[in-house]
Design a protein around this ligand. Structure first.
Ligand SMILES: [Fe+2]
Length: 332
């Protein structure tokens, strides 16, 4: 079931509950009105009591309904207002969990929103995976998103999953389910994923520490870039001039953000169309600036046309120029 339909059904349920509450309240008031009408004949004291009881019930019923509605609005709208998204799921890129072609033999899959960061500033991140197909129909799965039955069927139509890649230490969550679904595929992990995953990755897998020596070398270039906190491994598909980054550039669209997160995204250097490496991530490369600069120059030298990003709006053209712009703070 999609988020939209689930949300729609919740609205219907809510309307039905409200109707039920209205009917029950109305019936009860009518019943008490009947008691009051009988009490009118029984004398003034009984009449006053019945009147008081009826008015009290009517007031409580009326205001409890409004109060409940107010509390509900507060709890459903406040997180959206203070959170990153303007609406329930607007931060993502629908349709989700389906292959979207972006170039010959290259697809993306937009996944669900995740929360990441420290409470209470947990940001909402849209997620994205990339699929590259080799000439032998071997599929290279980069930073996998959830594997639904329909996505599994779509994947089966385009090739055979051979490589499942966790490109940095915080991009691993859905790897186990892909590994289970595609037992012939080999998992490749960026350094420190197993340490980060704390048991979620409970199997051995080769690490992506070198630039060459991989089964995909003929068709995909590999570039590990080590920092103090993590190593992010970048990939380039020369045939389509597609560069696949993970968190090196984040590009959150203002229209998908509330004012508060828009301000934070701008301050963090990740607001589209001027997205870039998050400022906190830059700090983790402060001791490796020369190596980072050399890596960015290598990527610019690859002359990518498009850049796929894991979070936010990906770059469809002039990729090399976008790299120069977004890493201007490093290159200048
Ligand atoms: Fe990320």
């Amino acid at each position: 079931m999609s988020y939209a339909s689930a949300h729609g059904r919740a609205s219907c349920d809510r309307d039905a509950r409200q109707r039920t509450r209205c009917v029950v309240g109305w019936v009860e008031i009518k019943r008490r009105q009947g008691i009051r009408n009988k009490a009118v004949f029984a004398g003034s004291r009984a009449e006053k009591c019945a009147n008081f009881e009826l008015n009290l019930f009517s007031l409580v019923w009326l205001y409890s309904t409004r109060l409940l509605r107010g509390v509900k609005l507060f709890y459903t709208h406040l997180p959206a207002h203070w959170g990153m998204s303007k609406g329930c799921n607007s931060v993502t890129y629908a349709p989700l969990d389906t292959l979207k072609p972006v170039a010959k033999d290259v697809w993306i899959v937009d996944g669900p929103m995740i929360r990441f960061g420290m409470a209470p500033l947990k940001m909402q991140f849209p997620t994205r995976m990339t699929v590259i197909r080799s000439k032998r129909r071997a599929l290279f799965i980069h930073s996998p998103t959830p594997l639904t039955d329909s996505l599994k069927a779509e994947i089966a139509n385009i090739g055979e999953v051979r490589h499942i890649v966790g490109p940095n230490r915080i991009h691993y969550w859905w790897i186990p389910e892909w590994r289970t679904a595609f037992p012939k595929a080999e998992v490749w992990l960026a350094p420190r994923i197993r340490e980060q995953a704390k048991g979620r990755i409970d199997f051995d897998a080769p690490e992506l520490t070198k630039e060459t020596g991989y089964p995909w070398d003929e068709e995909i270039k590999t570039l590990p870039v080590a920092g103090s906190f993590m190593t992010e491994v970048e990939f380039f598909h020369p045939a389509s001039r597609t560069l696949v980054l993970t968190d090196f550039i984040e590009n959150f669209e203002p229209k998908k953000l509330s004012w508060w997160w828009r301000w934070l995204a701008r301050a963090g250097g990740v607001l589209a169309p001027n997205g870039g490496m998050p400022r906190d991530m830059r700090l983790t490369y402060s001791r490796q600036k020369p190596q980072l600069k050399a890596a960015v120059e290598t990527m610019i030298g690859w002359n990518p046309e498009r850049i796929i990003l894991a979070h936010g709006k990906w770059i469809e053209r002039d990729g090399a120029a976008e790299l120069k712009r977004s890493f201007g703070w490093l290159l200048d």
